[in-house]
Design a protein around this ligand. Structure first.
Ligand SMILES: Cc1ncc(C[n+]2csc(CCOP(=O)(O)OP(=O)(O)O)c2C)c(N)n1
Length: 540
């Protein structure tokens, strides 16, 4: 068998089921081999879209996903999305055709680029190692939670793989929790009066274990933004900690005397620039990555280990206590933890709708079995905090690199990973226009996607960032864009919304056969920055 076929088939044999890409001469054979081996291939309109779809698919399916791209320019088109995936430790394999001849137009040092953005490069430079390279790529992605760039030089792709191919060993040592760490964490929980757990990306598969330990120790439960939904439905869930935290959530987290981060970086976003961690509070971080504890916030105890295992072992050592879990607090949380229960003054006019009002109305209209994906910008707090989600696989937040323009592709990957849920993309007009080419992919795949655009005809975050300092706002403001008309051109149904009653077509669309996707162009009030934005900019 040739190298390209061996690599394609091995990737699928190792568990990859979903591939995204743009096919060119260099990745044609490997893409065909993956399809022949049983993988589903989604052709996208830009490699950036392919990469972010694969990232979102991997996050919400729990599987390793793959991307295939053309050598050189196809690969460099992936870079922003690939950086997002690498920073997020998404298990992803990008199979990149490659040229080794420096005089080729397509030549760039793909290994160096991959390394520079935090991905793991593996190059198939010898036919005898093609099988081993593909196996190692998938295992590295899965076991180490890394984003891998598997370079496939054109010069080796059509060569035969010899019979005596190299077979990789699996020499990863199991992670063992350090002696005494579990006992120390148990003692801290026993001594705490008001503990809170903040669960992050690394805790997304440990809901049961964390809820049980929290139940036994009286801890309240919160998440970072990427893990939103993890404790949905739990009476002691405070939802997201950080800039998006509601006033009651912030009050309760700030009043905690012990903060335990579970698979959570406890970075400036999650701690609201540390304002949510009160002076003198004890801080603990439990993480698979031994370098994580203390990186963003000084910790009193770092525990290196698997979140679920550590939680179970600690639970065996602690006595049951209610902590702050009184009936009175349960009622306060039920009545006031959601942003939509916090009173606000509606700033809507005849021409512009208040984004909070629009989002609350959409929260009521859209079925609760939904998967919400968020782009970046001034608007992003509205869908993140006013739309509820069913669980942690109902929310996809590709914001580790803080790029705008990834939201639409995120929603496509999320939709394919969670096909039983209504997919919702929440975008700014800037991010929507940046990633717009994938609207065609949505229509072609027949995804019943609801795209909600918070359209302020501006790079709103920049308006509110630079405006007060006297910056030239003509650089960040635009004439109105009729996104509904553009979407109809792609084959979407569409609605333009200036007042609450303009949302009626959304209800009609939901009641229909949803055979075409829907774009909702919200003409939002432009005068006010969102409440969390000022805080976010302080961290720049
Ligand atoms: C790729 C990229 N380019 C530029 C920026 C800087 N930036 C941050 S928010 C923003 C404006 C986004 O505008 P829009 O999508 O309309 O959302 P809004 O802020 O108006 O709600 C820009 C340009 C970025 N984060 N990412």
């Amino acid at each position: 068998m040739k190298v390209a076929q061996t690599v394609g088939q091995t990737l699928v044999d190792e568990g990859i089921r979903q591939v995204f890409g743009v096919v060119g001469s260099g990745n044609f054979a490997v893409s065909n081999a993956m399809v022949a081996a049983g993988a589903r291939f989604v052709t996208t309109r830009h490699e950036a879209g392919a990469t972010t779809m694969a990232d979102a698919y991997a996050r919400l399916s729990g599987e390793v996903a793959a991307v295939t791209v053309h050598q050189g320019c196809g690969f460099t088109n992936t870079i922003t999305g690939l950086t997002e995936a690498a920073k997020s430790r998404t298990p992803l394999v990008v199979v990149a055709a490659d040229v080794t001849e420096e005089r080729s137009n397509f030549y760039v040092d793909q290994e160096a680029i991959a390394r520079a953005i935090g991905a793991v490069p593996i190059t198939v430079d010898d036919p005898a190692r093609a099988y081993a390279a593909a196996v190692t790529a998938v295992r590295t992605a899965q076991a180490d939670r890394r984003t891998v760039v598997l370079n496939l030089p054109i010069s080796v792709q059509a060569r035969d793989v010899p019979e005596d191919r190299v077979v990789p060993g699996d020499d990863r040592p199991p992670i063992s929790v350090a002696d005494g760490a579990v006992e120390r964490l148990a003692a801290l929980l026993e001594a705490a009066e008001a503990p809170v757990f903040v669960a992050g990306r690394g805790a997304r598969s440990a809901r049961r274990e964390l809820e049980q330990l929290a139940g036994q120790t009286g801890a309240l439960l919160a998440t970072s933004a990427v893990a939103k939904g993890l404790f949905a439905g739990n009476a002691w869930s405070l939802d997201v900690s950080g800039g998006f935290a509601s006033p009651l959530a912030a009050e309760l987290i700030e009043a905690s005397d012990l903060v335990v981060g579970w698979g959570c970086a406890l970075n400036m976003w999650t701690t609201r620039q540390r304002a949510l961690v009160r002076p003198g509070a004890t801080v603990v971080q439990v993480d698979l990555d031994p370098t994580a504890p203390g990186r963003h916030l000084p910790v009193d105890l770092g525990v290196h280990g698997d979140v679920a295992e550590v939680a179970d072992r600690v639970r065996a050592l602690v006595t049951a206590r209610p902590g702050r879990r009184t009936d009175e607090l349960r009622d306060r949380i039920a009545a006031g933890i959601r942003w939509r229960d916090v009173p606000y003054e509606d700033l809507g006019t005849d021409d512009e709708i208040d984004p909070r009002t629009a989002t609350v109305l959409l929260d009521d209209l859209l079925p609760s079995e939904r998967v919400v994906s968020i782009d970046s910008g001034n608007f992003m707090g509205y869908p993140s905090m006013f739309l509820s989600v069913p669980d942690e696989r109902g929310f996809c937040f590709t914001q580790a690199y803080q790029s705008i323009g990834l939201g639409l592709a995120t929603a496509v990957g999320a939709a394919l990973a969670q096909p039983h849920r209504l997919p919702v993309a929440a975008l700014g007009d800037g991010g929507a226009l940046m990633g717009i080419s994938e609207l065609e992919t949505v229509v072609r795949l027949g995804i019943p996607l609801v795209v909600v655009v918070y359209n302020d005809a501006a790079y709103g975050a920049e308006v509110h960032h630079f405006g007060p300092g006297g910056g030239d706002l003509s650089l960040v403001r635009f004439p109105p864009t009729d996104l509904a008309a553009i979407a109809r051109g792609y084959g979407f149904d569409a609605a333009t919304v200036r007042r609450p009653t303009d949302l009626d077509p959304v209800a009609a669309w939901l009641a229909g056969d949803r055979s075409r996707p829907l774009l909702v162009d919200l003409k939002v009030v432009r005068s006010e920055p969102s409440w969390w934005l000022e805080e976010a900019f302080r961290g720049h």
